[in-house]
Design a protein around this ligand. Structure first.
Ligand code: GCO
Ligand code: MG
Length: 408
């Protein structure tokens, strides 16, 4: 069996999804997602200029060897661009393998460990009252877990993932007005004074059953993060996400020494080498990698297996930047992983998105259910894809009031 051709499509409804389709001489094909938010053309180029020419003629069933060749063979290893491209190839090869086996992917991983996988929705408000309305809307839809982000009084501009105005919807991260980023202004002191009380208020309003998550988005220094994690302990958060940047894996020790608030980290990691210490030293509770830019199913499964040895549960990234293809790959991992925790899930299901990526996976009452369609269980309508093209966009950047650049 041989790979005969592969194509890359960039575009989508309101998002630049990078979709890979690998064809074989037996008519079976596979799909992968290489979307890297606001850098989408780069994994696409990595695929077309290097990986695809090297795939032609290979046996698609040798997914492990192909992964090793692309990872080690590059000599310069890792990084989000390469790992997103390798990840897409890997997803497509697993899709082919499972289609050949005539089984849904989760059967090849070890079968179902649960009927449905817990997901969390996003709630956001320009102020606390606005946020309470947004959380109530999620609860009314049956979500059992909600990430809450709130505008901070006196903060010079709306901060991460909070709407500028009351009643507004939390903005998508991407600004499609161009590739030059807009600037948000951040003030740690205002945030630290306000947010613990806001989280406590959400707990009071919605009671003990609701799983409350909060994303600090790398904004605090390790000492501040430790103080914050300790202060919010009475709220009983399900998790506190990215309290401080984790490039310095040892910095997380300080948080652990001062607090038992569960910590979730990893959405920006591309490999096991960025989280092995965090996992082995049990400095985190949830690992947030994504199959897209952490090298696909082959590599993320390795991270999940390491995490399972250290009581670290999964909490894969699921921002709307991921296409339904990688969300499906994660859904299969979630339904299998013995150490599954939760899945971030943003309603992708616009009619346009469903038309481009038809699938029978679904979310009901805050749980995700995986279809038994062979493979990843997602199709790709190429005629629909022809309606879209790449739109340049950017993430904001963050500065302090005096102009100092900060962590987005
Ligand atoms: C999350 C994330 C995202 C990121 C985005 C960046 O927890 O969902 O923090 O919202 O900001 O993926 O491209
Ligand atoms: Mg996050």
């Amino acid at each position: 069996m041989k790979i005969t051709d592969a194509k890359v499509f960039v575009g989508g409804p309101g998002k630049n999804y990078v979709t890979l389709k690998i064809m074989t001489d037996q008519g079976v094909f596979g799909l992968g997602d290489a979307t890297l938010n606001n850098r989408e053309t780069l994994p696409a180029k990595y695929l077309t200029d290097y990986l695809i020419p090297n795939l032609i003629g290979l046996d698609p069933r040798k997914s492990e060897d192909i992964w090793q060749v692309f990872y080690r063979g590059a000599y310069f290893r890792r990084g989000p661009v390469a790992m997103a491209a390798i990840g897409a190839v890997d997803m497509a090869l697993w899709d082919i393998k499972a289609r050949l086996a005539n089984m849904p992917l989760y059967q090849l991983l070890g079968g179902k460990s649960r009927d449905g996988a817990l997901v969390y929705a996003h709630a956001a408000g320009a102020d606390l009252e606005d946020l309470i309305g947004s959380v109530a809307a999620c609860v009314a839809q049956g979500y059992k877990a909600v990430r809450v982000q709130c505008g901070v009084p006196g903060m010079p501009t709306a901060s991460y993932a909070t709407p500028d105005t009351k009643g507004g919807t939390a903005p998508f991260i991407t600004d499609f007005s161009g590739i030059r980023p807009k600037t948000e202004i951040w003030d740690t002191e205002r945030y630290m004074r306000f947010m613990p009380g806001a989280l406590a208020e959400i707990r009071d309003r919605f009671g003990p059953e609701l799983k409350i998550l909060h994303d600090v988005h790398h904004r605090l220094l390790p000492r501040e993060a430790a103080a914050f994690a300790r202060e919010v302990e009475p709220v009983g958060l399900f998790w506190l996400e990215d309290p401080t940047p984790a490039e310095d894996q040892d910095a997380l020790k300080l948080i652990r020494q001062h607090s038992t608030t569960p910590i979730a980290i990893g959405e920006v990691f591309n490999s096991i080498w960025e989280c092995n210490k965090l996992i082995e030293h049990e400095l985190i509770d949830f690992i947030r990698v994504a199959v897209t830019y952490a090298g696909g199913i082959t590599h993320v499964r390795r991270i999940v297996e390491l995490a399972a040895l250290h009581h670290v549960r999964t909490g894969f990234h699921g921002a709307p930047s991921h296409s339904p293809i990688s969300m499906a790959a994660q859904a299969h991992l979630n339904i299998w992983a013995p150490n599954f925790g939760i899945q971030e899930y943003l309603v992708l299901g616009t009619p346009e998105c469903d038309a481009l990526f038809p699938s029978d996976h679904y979310v009901a009452k805050g749980m995700q259910y995986v279809s038994d369609t062979p493979g990843l269980g997602v199709a790709f309508d190429e005629a629909e894809a022809g309606r879209y093209e790449y739109q340049p966009g950017s993430h904001p950047i963050v500065r302090l009031e005096d102009g100092t650049l900060w962590n987005y």
